[in-house]
Design a protein around this ligand. Structure first.
Ligand code: AMP
Length: 826
């Protein structure tokens, strides 16, 4: 296929919107991540009755039925109209406050659309009360300190929960740390104030709050307003007109400033929902738990609100460990603490939770990823900022297209790995045939590539060799019109996702989530709108899972640029940068210290060498600063050594040849909230047997299931014991967690019990096993309840392979005869 076809595949250039900095940047992102479903009942885990009402969980539908689309069309048009206003204001460089106001309106319309979409999608019935009953009964997790009444926002994980989390994290470790060859750290939770001051958390990590003036009870401002409005909406006395106004106010809530929310509280004369008392004015409440480190109380600090900071502060050591080279990534798994004002929605908003975070450090000017081509074909559902603005739904695309756009990204030479990668991807996608005669378009692109693409770009290399195989004169006579690369590509074509590394991690996050059992139809990546994104971030996509609480942000994936390392350089005065080799050495003006070696030697003796070295490595700025200080104060402290004017009599200007430059790396950060992923996984895998709605179970994939196999002797007679014991031992020997259930209940009831705790395979030792040779047993698969009969000695290895995902159940049923038995729980 000729490259001239390339230019026909143009995609609309994605506008990157100027970013607005929000004062409560970290938190506001979170607020938007949970769009609470109306029927939700936050009482799980508390002693409140959860009720029998079924929750209609809506499934994500990418293509709606035409009737539904007809109803959504006006709402989509309203979003589009508002999105256009926002775009125009940004293009015109309108004042930030005007843009913010219009974005707020846009978000309100977007919410209307999303609510309606959820309302109109065919329901997929999910009974949260039933699931919660199972979770509690089989102790997956429960409120902490439950025997003392429990505490909201704190949870204890039971045996099943612990194992499930451990297995999720073990897979995470394999999937990211091992496969991506990442470094790992385990840093202190007790964090000094200076660190979190530098990172911005002391000043900005806050939510808005009001207090009951008499009882002192605190309420998160947006939650309080929402609750008040929901009550009013349910009140028969509220007129239709009033309801409409309230609905709009609820939708606008998310983007309101503290003053605006306070205004709403006053306008509606809201009182404390618990006592009816007056409420205080709104205040900002910092969500970190303050602590005093040590007995004196002088060293102030906080419990860490995220694990990321531990990695940033160790950057220099990690870089050294990586021999000064970029890119590299470091991971950390551990608990983080946020003093949520009103924790709610079970595990989704808690005060203590496990995070699994990765900080990938890369060259700020080259965010290509050497393994991108391996994931370029991965299909993802993207809900871009543009789609949100235009009232469109999320779209399926490959991550390759999302990053590279559909055409070639460059107007000049195709020189960066990213650009050559784009060409490679383009050629792979369009089944380029070696036999075809190239056109002038091929020649243009060939010339834009000033050298053969590296061999790992297989499609581009093959194409290059093919074009090269023609002689100069032949090339002149290729058909078609000669056009510039710019004409060919129709201008610079940008993808939706900012760069390859970000896209690479999005694909890897998705692969991980699907591997552990997240439902692909209930997973999407939502791009942050400009006013949700931290001012320093260049692009941010949340992996959101659809649950009965709405779409929940489970994993954040952000390009945080050089913000964190720059902040810690400022805070600690320790440089957090890397040396990058210049393409050509450069002559630069520099200011150098002229030292008196004798004076330095006399003053510092054995340390004199270290002092001389420190002076020799001063930057020009530092030299100027030192010169000024020596002139004004007569002394200057360098690395703990007090230097006088006599030791450094003067500074001279000279030209230096430099081979390297210093750059602050950019950071791409995938950040997993383990509890949220865990919860989404439970909802997505919760099942009720069609023939018996009392039989509920979790259909967790074997790789994360806490226990892999059960052994169930049909009788308690003594002659069953050797078979049961031997089999259980052989399974344990293969590191498979086993549960032996030799209780007297019917086999059906015992299966039901093992299903409840998600055991994917069950072996039954029956009378045929004991009485007949060769000794055979039945092996059962949880989801299908199918059984096969097979020799007992074959079981351990078969189960091991099934549990490790090396074989599928189908291979087992193909190999061994089916065993048909009724599963009655009576
Ligand atoms: P953030 O640093 O706020 O972007 O949070 C990173 C991840 O931590 C999110 O994607 C959530 O999955 C999770 N997370 C944040 N806050 C909470 C919370 N209060 N309770 C449970 N998980 C949380």
């Amino acid at each position: 296929m000729s490259l001239s076809i390339l230019c026909r595949y143009t995609c609309s250039v994605v506008q990157r919107y100027a970013q607005l900095s929000s004062p409560l940047v970290h938190r506001r992102c979170l607020v938007s991540s949970i769009s609470l479903y109306k029927n939700h009942n936050p009482g799980w885990g508390s002693k409140k009755h959860t009720g029998k009402r079924k929750i209609q969980l809506q499934s994500l539908l990418l293509s709606m039925d035409p009737e539904v689309e007809k109803q959504l069309a006006p709402l989509r048009a309203r979003c589009k109209e508002q999105g256009d206003i926002v775009r125009k204001l940004k293009t015109d460089g309108a004042p930030e406050v005007d843009v913010k106001r219009e974005v707020q309106e846009l978000k309100s319309r977007k919410k209307e659309l999303e609510d309606m979409t959820l309302k109109l999608s065919p329901p997929d019935s999910f009974d949260r009360a039933k699931m919660n009953d199972l979770i509690k009964r089989r102790f997956f997790y429960d409120n902490s300190f439950a025997i003392y009444g429990g505490i909201t926002g704190q949870y204890d994980f039971g045996p099943m929960g612990c194992d499930l989390v451990d297995n999720m994290l073990a897979e995470w470790h394999k999937h990211f740390v091992i496969q991506e060859r990442m470094l790992k750290v385990n840093c202190s939770i007790l964090t000094p104030e200076t660190v979190l001051k530098a990172s911005g958390h002391v000043d900005k990590f806050a939510d808005y709050m009001v207090k009951d003036v008499k009882s002192g009870e605190c309420f998160r401002l947006d939650h309080l307003i929402k609750q008040h409005f929901e009550k009013k909406m349910a009140d028969k006395k509220t007129s239709q007109e009033e309801k409409e106004i309230i609905k709009r106010k609820i939708n606008l809530l998310e983007g309101m400033t503290m003053e605006e929310m306070d205004g709403v509280v006053k306008e509606y004369d809201m009182k404390s929902p618990l006592t009816g008392n007056d409420l205080s004015d709104a205040v900002e409440f910092n969500l970190m738990f303050p602590i005093c480190i040590g007995p004196t109380g002088t060293l102030k600090g906080f419990l860490r609100p995220e694990t990321a900071q531990g990695i940033f502060v160790n950057f220099k050591r990690l870089l050294e460990y990586n021999q000064g080279k970029l890119p590299f990534a470091c991971a950390q798994v551990g608990n983080a603490y946020r003093n949520e004002i009103s924790p709610r929605s079970g595990l989704l908003r808690v005060r203590e939770f496990t995070m699994a975070e990765i900080e990938h450090f890369c060259d700020p000017d080259d965010k290509s990823h050497n393994k991108f081509s391996q994931v370029a074909g991965v299909e993802v559902t993207l809900y871009s900022a543009c789609a949100q603005m235009d009232g469109e739904s999320a779209k399926r695309t490959t991550i390759g297209e999302a990053v590279r756009g559909l055409g070639l990204p460059s107007l000049g030479l195709l020189s960066t790995p990213m650009e050559v990668g784009a060409l490679d991807f383009f050629l792979s996608d369009r089944s380029y045939i070696l036999g075809h005669l190239p056109t002038q378009a091929d020649v243009t692109v060939r010339e834009a590539l000033n050298q053969s693409p590296p061999p790992h770009f297989t499609h581009a290399s093959r194409w290059y060799r093919h074009v090269e195989s023609f002689g100069h004169n032949e090339r002149l006579n290729f058909p078609g019109e000669r056009r510039s690369l710019e004409q060919l590509t129709g201008g610079r074509q940008k993808g939706l996702v900012a760069n390859e590394t970000l896209g690479y991690f999005m694909a890897r996050i998705q692969q991980y989530l699907l591997k552990i059992g997240v439902n692909p139809k209930k997973l999407r990546f939502r791009q942050h709108l400009s006013n949700e994104m931290a001012h320093y971030a260049c692009d941010c996509w949340d992996a959101e899972c659809l649950t009965s609480y709405g779409w929940i942000e489970c994993v954040g994936c952000a390009d945080r640029s050089a913000y964190d390392l720059t902040q810690h350089t400022k805070g600690s005065s320790v440089k957090m940068c890397v040396e990058r080799l210049l393409k050509e050495p450069q002559m630069v003006d520099s200011v150098v210290a002229v030292t008196d070696k004798g004076a330095i030697g006399k003053a510092f003796k054995k340390d004199a060498k270290a002092v001389q070295e420190a002076l020799a490595s001063l930057s020009s700025e530092e030299s100027e600063k030192m010169d000024k200080a020596l002139s004004e104060n007569g002394e200057y402290e360098l690395n703990g050594y007090k230097l006088s004017r006599a030791m450094v009599p003067s500074f001279k200007k000279e030209q230096k040849k430099v081979h390297v430059e210093e750059v602050v790396p950019s950071v791409i950060e995938p950040s997993f909230g383990v509890g949220r992923v865990f919860y989404a996984l439970l909802e997505h895998s919760f099942r009720v047997r069609e023939d018996d709605d009392k039989r509920t179970f979790f259909s967790l994939p074997p790789v994360v299931a806490p226990i892999k196999v059960s052994v169930l002797p049909l009788s308690s007679k003594q002659d069953f014991v050797p078979f049961t014991d031997k089999l259980a031992d052989a399974l344990t020997e293969l590191n498979l967690p086993v549960r032996v259930d030799d209780s007297t209940g019917s086999i059906g009831r015992r299966y039901a019990r093992t299903d409840e705790i998600a055991i994917p395979f069950g072996v039954t030792v029956d009378f045929d096993t004991v009485n007949n040779t060769p000794h055979t047993v039945t092996l059962r698969e949880r989801d299908s309840t199918e059984q096969v009969r097979m020799p007992i000695d074959e079981v351990p290895l078969t189960v091991k392979k099934l549990a490790d995902g090396k074989i599928l159940w189908k291979e087992v049923t193909d190999k061994w005869p089916k065993f048909v038995a009724q599963e009655t729980t009576k």
